[in-house]
Design a protein around this ligand. Structure first.
Ligand code: ADP
Ligand code: MG
Length: 244
């Protein structure tokens, strides 16, 4: 077993994905260290979401293996992987209060009521939304709604957080403040976080490790500074260097 080392959080080994015979992810090898903030970045259609969804267990892996915390999860259900995915805020249930939105997944998983209450209180304190628990999503600002969406992941107490372009439907100003909020969250929680974006600024400011993808392949992986100062090729130089 090569994946036994305890400081490895997520390990992808020759992961491939095909849709109807057309391969869109071509043999990805990647090691993510425990507690790192890793950003998958690249142009639209390069395979960021597909890769993230395979880690989440929302898409089947065509070939290869995925391990989380040293355990092969390739064939496990999403609920068995110790991950939680943060969706865009419009995925909230409009007819439920914030408290009910936060508790819903835990209720479905038959978590004990006292445990649910504790987790909801903890998550809403971290996200500073404790005063909003009785409101409905329609009574919240965009930033508050996005906090609730993140809260739904936090209450699950996952090993690994997965984000797929969580800020892309927010306006520019709110994107900046939520980006700072997510960075703070990572510092406070210390979990491994994998974050997908096509926004170079988000990638450069959030990442410990940046993974630049093109056409289902990794073009370069490293610290933002290394990728910026020593791009592997002209594509990376152009993509990271260019303004949005
Ligand atoms: P990104 O998130 O980087 O924009 P995606 O992972 O969504 O890229 O898509 C990667 C490639 O896989 C694209 O060419 C896309 O058209 C294709 N693809 C994604 N999902 C499906 C699907 N369900 N069926 C067929 N092709 C898909
Ligand atoms: Mg995508």
């Amino acid at each position: 077993m090569a994946n036994g080392s305890s400081n490895k959080s997520v390990v992808l080994s020759d992961v491939r994905k095909s849709y109807g015979g057309l391969q869109v992810i071509h043999g990805i090898d990647l090691t993510i260290e425990e507690g790192d903030f890793v950003v998958f970045v690249g142009p639209s259609g390069c395979g960021k979401s597909t890769l993230l969804r395979m880690i989440a267990g929302l898409e089947e892996v065509t070939e290869g293996e995925i391990a989380i915390k040293g355990r092969d999860v390739t064939d496990l259900d999403p609920s068995e992987r110790g991950i939680a995915m943060v969706f865009q805020s419009y995925a909230l249930y409009p007819h439920m209060s914030v408290r009910e939105n936060l508790a819903f997944g835990l209720k479905m998983a038959r978590t004990a009521a006292a445990d649910i209450e504790r987790r909801v209180a903890q998550a809403s304190a971290i996200l500073k939304i404790d005063h909003l628990l009785d409101r409905r999503p329609g009574q919240l600002s965009g930033g508050q709604r996005q906090r609730v969406a993140i809260g739904r992941a936090i209450v699950r107490e996952p090993d690994v957080f997965l984000f797929d372009e969580p800020l892309s439907n927010l306006d520019a100003e709110l994107r900046v403040s939520m980006r700072i909020e997510i960075a703070r969250l990572h510092r406070e929680l210390g979990n491994t976080m994998i974050y997908v974006t096509h926004d170079q600024t988000e990638a450069m400011t959030l990442a410990d490790q940046i993974v630049v993808l093109r056409d289902g392949r990794i073009e370069q992986s490293g610290s933002p500074r290394d990728v910026y100062e020593d791009p592997a090729n002209i594509f990376v130089a152009g993509f990271i260097g260019s303004p949005r």
